[in-house]
Design a protein around this ligand. Structure first.
Ligand code: MRU
Length: 323
């Protein structure tokens, strides 16, 4: 399994996801600010991964004696939608609360390592629970969106973890990988991970999903989540809502796979989830080249799928079928 980050020689190293799959480049972060920049610019992305990175960012701040409250604010404000980010930062802050200064760095680093380790365990548990939902006597063609694998979690993945577990059990006929416009997390990152694992995969553009479902080529859709409200409304990468509507129309089961750290007890419904809006340039360009005419562009990075369109939410603790 790829290891997407490491703490070494007093620095935090991130496998730069902006450069994958063409280059495996390690970005060096020496401060919480460096980590917040890496999160903002998507060098590291995916809800659990940005939580882990932010936790190590706080450890860097503790190491250099920086003001921890300020570092925590900078890290939390890097991206607004994935609740794992604030959750991880608050968890490290709680762990070091009241400690003598000489103990703060080691404790913060240990908490970050624990968060990562728990993520690995949660991924494995939810992948087993998710794979158990599928019949044993047949194979499946599964559609997934964005990247929910090792790069996004530090573990075997959430939606991609379930797919990996199904592949391990010989149950995967084909994984259809949504390109995931505008930043191509599917085409660049999910395709990279599936290729490394030798799992049969086919790339499609996002607007092909409906036609594939119409042709009965998709048996199930599995995606990840950035924030899950108490009523199970789920924010995930833009395009997830469209897939859920299409799945409903074609009677294809639509699953969300996410660790419990992606639930937000302070969000009663999806209406309360803040949606990040990114720069228009991301929509107007392709592969770094501007391709659009001179026109304004709208770029919400996430959408919210209402719980009535979700067959089940798979977590490491249990499978939720109703709010
Ligand atoms: O903008 P991104 O690439 O960070 O968006 C990521 C997603 O939407 C993932 O599906 C989600 O974070 C789950 S990752 C296990």
């Amino acid at each position: 399994m790829i290891k997407p980050f490491r703490f070494q020689d007093n620095a935090f190293f991130i496998l730069d996801q902006r450069r994958l799959p063409t280059q495996e480049h390690w970005l060096t972060c020496r401060s919480a600010f460096d980590v917040s920049q890496a999160i903002q610019t998507l060098a590291v992305r995916g809800a659990p991964a940005i939580g882990i990175a932010a936790a190590f960012g706080l450890a860097l701040a503790a190491q250099s004696g920086a003001l921890l409250e300020d570092a925590a604010k900078t890290l939390i404000s890097a991206r607004p939608t994935a609740v794992n980010l604030a959750w991880a930062v608050r968890r490290v802050m709680a762990a070091i609360d009241g400690l003598p200064p000489e103990k703060v760095f080691e404790r913060a680093k240990k908490e970050a390592e624990d968060i990562w380790e728990e993520e690995i365990q949660a991924n494995a548990a939810l992948s087993t629970l998710g794979a158990d939902l599928f019949d044993e006597d047949r194979t499946y063609s599964i559609l997934t969106h964005c990247n929910t694998g090792t790069l996004a979690t530090g573990g075997m993945g959430t939606a991609l973890g379930v797919i990996r577990e199904l592949a391990e059990r010989g149950r995967v006929a084909m994984v259809y990988v949504d390109e995931t416009r505008p930043l191509l997390q599917g085409a660049r990152l999910t395709a990279y991970e599936l290729k490394k694992d030798d799992i049969p995969a086919t790339l499609i553009t996002d607007n092909m999903a409906g036609w594939l479902m119409h042709q009965r080529k998709i048996d199930a859709v599995i995606t990840g989540a950035d924030r899950i409200a108490v009523n199970l409304d789920t924010a995930n990468k833009i395009g997830t809502y469209s897939l859920a509507v299409l799945a409903k129309a074609h009677k294809v089961p639509f699953y969300i796979a996410a660790p419990m750290s992606t639930f937000d007890p302070d969000c009663p419904t999806g209406k309360h989830i803040p949606i990040e809006e990114r720069h228009a340039a991301e929509v107007k360009s392709y592969g770094g080249t501007v391709v659009a005419a001179d026109i304004p562009a709208y770029n919400p990075s996430f959408d919210v799928t209402p719980h009535r369109l979700i067959t089940a939410v798979i977590t490491e603790k249990k499978v939720f079928r109703k709010p």
